[in-house]
Design a protein around this ligand. Structure first.
Ligand code: PEP
Ligand code: MG
Length: 936
């Protein structure tokens, strides 16, 4: 077991450096905030007795220091600790830093609190110079290896620390140009065909390139190299791709990264060396099967960069891969054997390590390892990123295996990722007719169709509806694109996030493209070897055929098939929940207290919602029904009518239609409550505003166009959202409310007469005072009494109020004297509390989010501090008047996990959200309950 050791820092000086290794480890898994995920887990692996090359972690606090006070202050603050950290590595590895005969080489890697794969920088083989390379070659008995390590080091250092990058996106990497020149000179194709002398020539070429382009020599002093690398890796926290990744994943800027300095071990020391990545379960499907990829005689970056086709770790995995790659068993054994077959003893050690780690962390592990001349070294372990489907399956299976308890299983699934399980699929008929053109690895599931684009920034522009030059191309809604790349790099992140799907020619299941796409829940096919990308010509060739930028292709990320042309896709949420997802939902239902209803306006939507587990309709927006078929005509007749009699005549036409709408909803939701809201939008929304529309309306209604124009003008409002809408309509035109109430009660009695249970709830919108509510509620009660008398039958019903104006929230105690339920309309409540127009906030919200004025879009996730207070207050006050008052939310926030947590704490009874967010809301409600229980 490790005994902690202490750095010899002056008393009370802050501690920035934490060692790890077989002899002494200061950190552990619990210190992610200080050591970053990578550093904390390296330390933990040491504590578990796994073979980890010795090293130390420079803390995230040092990153903050450097951001705040600059590089000079940082270097002075850590100098002594770094020196003693290095002494620790030297002692453990039996080598000295800067020793020309047997140099200790280092890796310098980033590692933030949350994993940000490939977004920040790494430097390997640090410590080499013209003298050390000779010693390394002699010691390893392999001159070629030493020169290869040296040229890789110069290449990485030149790029990351000295800033030598391609001049433009079409340009090649300047180092690759030198490599190509040397290869051409020698007449060989592969890097592996270069011998020690060639690599030595490369090193000279690289150094000359750096001198010419940067105007400085490549540093030969190992300490100078180390200082430069540490600073550059800290600095990479601020590079653009890291910033974008943080934005996409809600990672605070203030966290900073740690830097891990560790002894190098080499997977490229010959045929008994290798490097790879392994997963304790399948990150795509969640299957409990150890899997992963490796490359013989290679460095780690080669596996994730997707430059060579990797081999599989297990025999089962290898056979499955061969089937997909259409490689027969003889060729597989000869050219792509599994690690299990190739190095059985090492395989067993790795298997033991993965079992130990998974049991220890009780979650799926994503591990990196290197085999140096027959010895296994573990370089990283972390909780693996996974698809939504894998999240669900792993949580449920770990629960069944007794590894985790129910609350943990519930918390393991990110509610929004359930969307992945409701992935789009191709229309079956269109798929039948489609022509497959290539096959790659099924890196991330789903179906995608779009136009081919070869550059990430252009994918972004196209998706936004701009041309490559940034000008609008007339398609305001943007285009569906498929990003096609040779291989993706972290710079492509933004383009990947807007693409429908991603196709790469190279790379395995663990290539950058695959890992990032799975994290985004985005369809991706990697390693489609037949695809040849020509960036200059902007074409993709497969065999004799060519596709140009803008041509349509389709991807099936679940099978790896690439198709020519556009294949329509459809969402699969119409299907029932089944398997692990159904089990997870059942578990969530046992733990949650909040009920989940759906916002639905049609019987079809209601049925989807019910199948996905909704236990009622929380909001039916009746105006949506007014636009269907030729109803709009009757609605317009009502609006144009000069007097009440005229309006009543038009409303009489609408009554049977509206009754049959409600009939359908009550049937679909038999036995469950259905909340029907009275007409809400301003009447002008039902009239045409353009000349052509007005002319068509005039013809259809046989009226002079002037009359229509005049009515449109009369209804014009400067601020319709605060205008003649909501209950103000019903107060001005009670006959509208009467018709709607009559339709509700007649439909309810019809359905009830068939033996189905109905629970109608009539909801009054945009209320601000009790009197406003009562005027409408009294009308509804009167109509109910009339209908019951006419039909000689009754149905139980409730009348309630939306709480969506700040005033309603403030006087909720009074409104509750009349209202039997409250439903928070958090869309309007947000609009009116913040004074942000729902329709126009888009013009300034991005800047507001950027400045941190609001942490999240307040229309997506409830502003807990402001709007939330009104919700909590109204809930409390309402219940003070009426203890059994039922409380719900029907604004968009009802489907947002963070808001759901808030509503749970505020003591509401239910949330109501769009049908296919129902599973997300059920899970989020359960998480809120288990978090509350654990904090009690
Ligand atoms: C609300 O305001 O939150 C609400 C549900 O009503 P609408 O979005 O229809 O205004
Ligand atoms: Mg509203």
């Amino acid at each position: 077991m490790n005994t902690p050791i202490h750095a010899h820092a002056p008393k009370d000086a802050p501690k920035y450096v934490y060692r790890f290794g077989a002899q002494g480890t200061e950190g552990g898994a619990g210190m992610k905030n200080v050591l970053g995920g990578k550093g904390a887990n390296l330390a933990e692996m040491c504590r578990l007795g796994l073979p980890v090359p010795a090293g130390f972690t420079i803390s995230t606090e040092a990153c903050a220091l450097s951001t705040r006070d600059g590089a000079g202050v940082l270097l002075a603050a850590i100098e002594a600790e770094v020196r003693s950290g290095l002494a620790h590595i030297e002692a453990e590895m039996g080598k000295r830093f800067g020793d020309a005969n047997d140099p200790l080489l280092l890796s310098v890697r980033s590692g933030a609190r949350a994993s940000m794969p490939g977004m920040m920088d790494t430097i390997l083989n640090l410590g080499l110079n013209d003298a050390a390379v000779i010693g390394l070659g002699r010691k390893a008995g392999n001159e070629r290896f030493a020169w290869d390590a040296y040229r890789r080091f110069i290449q990485m250092y030149g790029d990351v620390v000295m800033g030598l990058k391609p001049a433009s996106k079409e340009d090649s990497d300047p180092f690759e140009v030198v490599i190509d020149r040397v290869k051409a000179h020698k007449g060989v194709k592969l890097d592996t065909d270069l011998d020690a002398a060639d690599l030595q020539e490369l090193v000279q070429g690289f150094k000359a390139l750096i001198r010419a382009r940067i105007g400085r020599d490549f540093p030969t002093d190992p300490w100078e190299q180390l200082r430069g690398a540490v600073l550059a890796v800290f600095e990479s926290w601020h590079n653009e791709r890291a910033v974008v990744y943080r934005q996409l994943n809600d990672i605070p800027e203030s966290w900073g990264t740690a830097v891990n300095v560790q002894a190098m071990v080499f997977g490229n020391r010959g045929e008994h060396s290798a490097t790879g990545v392994a997963f304790s379960r399948d990150a795509g499907t969640g299957e409990d099967l150890f899997n992963g990829e490796f490359l013989v005689n290679a460095q780690g970056e080669d596996v994730v960069a997707g430059i060579r086709t990797p081999q599989q770790i297990t025999l089962i995995g290898s056979r499955r891969w061969a089937e997909l790659a259409q490689v027969d068993e003889v060729e597989r054994q000869a050219r792509y054997p599994s690690l299990e077959e190739l190095m059985p003893t090492i395989f067993q050690a790795l298997l033991q390590a993965e079992t130990l780690l998974e049991n220890h962390f009780k979650d799926m592990q994503d591990m990196e390892f290197t085999i140096q001349e027959g010895k296994l070294w573990m370089l990283q372990t972390r909780n693996g990123k996974r698809t939504g489907a894998a999240m669900v399956r792993i949580a449920m299976e770990m629960l069944a295996q007794g590894l985790i308890d129910e609350p943990t299983a519930l918390l393991r699934v990110t509610p929004d990722r359930l969307n992945d399980l409701l992935h789009p699929v191709f229309e079956p008929a269109a798929l039948q007719a489609a022509r497959p053109i290539a096959r790659g690895l099924p890196a991330s599931p789903g179906a995608a169709t779009g136009q081919v684009v070869f550059f990430a920034d252009e994918a972004e522009a196209w998706a936004k509806g701009e041309r490559g030059d940034g000008r609008a191309d007339g398609r305001a809604d943007g285009r569906a694109v498929i990003l096609v790349r040779q291989e993706t790099s972290p710079e492509d992140l933004r383009g990947m996030s807007v693409a429908q799907g991603i196709l790469t020619a190279r790379g395995g299941m663990t290539s950058h493209a695959a890992v990032v796409a799975r994290g985004m829940g985005k369809c991706c096919i990697s390693g489609a070897g037949a695809v040849q990308v020509d960036l200059k010509a902007r074409t993709m060739r497969i065999g004799a055929l060519t596709w140009h930028e803008g041509d349509w292709i389709s991807l099936n990320g679940s099978t790896g098939e690439v198709f020519d042309g556009r294949i329509p896709t459809r969402a699969v949420f119409e299907s029932d929940l089944s398997g692990d997802l159904a089990a997870l939902m059942a578990l969530a239902d046992r733990h949650r207290r909040l009920a989940v209803r759906a916002n639905a306006d049609t019987p079809q939507d209601a049925l989807v919602a019910r199948r996905l587990g909704a236990t009622g309709i929380g909001l039916c927006r009746t105006e949506h029904m007014f636009f269907q078929g030729d109803r709009i005509r009757a609605v317009r007749e009502m609006i144009l009518a000069d007097d009440e009699a005229g309006r009543r005549k038009a409303l009489a036409q609408l009554l049977p239609m509206q009754r049959s709408d409600f009939d359908g909803l009550f049937r679909a939701m038999a036995g469950l409550p259905v909340t029907i809201r009275l007409l809400d939008p301003p009447l002008h929304e039902f009239l045409p505003h353009d000349e052509a529309g007005q002319q068509a309306m005039a013809r259809q209604m046989r009226l002079p166009i002037a009359q229509i124009r005049q009515r449109v003008e009369a209804l014009h409002e400067f601020n319709p959202m605060l205008g003649h809408r909501g209950c103000r309509l019903g107060i001005s035109f009670p006959e509208i409310t009467e018709m709607q109430a009559r339709a509700v009660f007649e439909a309810a009695l019809n359905v009830q007469a068939e033996g189905l249970a109905v629970e109608p709830e009539v909801m009054i919108p945009l209320v601000g005072t009790l009197r406003e509510f009562s005027l409408q509620a009294d009308l509804v009660h009167r109509v109910a009494a009339q209908v019951f008398a006419e039909q000689g039958a009754k149905v139980a019903y409730r009348v309630g109020s939306m709480i969506e104006t700040p005033r309603a929230a403030l006087v909720a105690d009074r409104i509750a004297q009349g209202a039997e339920f409250f439903s928070f309309g958090t869309n309007d409540l947000t609009q009116m509390t913040l004074g942000f127009s729902r329709d126009d906030a888009g013009s300034f919200l991005p800047a507001y989010l950027h400045h941190g004025i609001y942490e999240h879009d307040p229309f997506r996730s409830i502003d807990q501090e402001g709007v939330g207070q009104l919700v909590a207050l109204a809930a409390r006050q309402g219940r003070a008047t009426r203890p059994d008052l039922s409380l719900g939310v029907c604004g968009e926030h009802g489907g947002d996990p963070a808001s759901i947590t808030f509503f749970h704490r505020a003591g509401l009874d239910y949330v109501s959200c769009s049908p296919f967010r129902v599973p997300i809301a059920r899970l989020a409600a359960a998480q809120a309950a288990v978090i509350e229980a654990s904090s009690e």
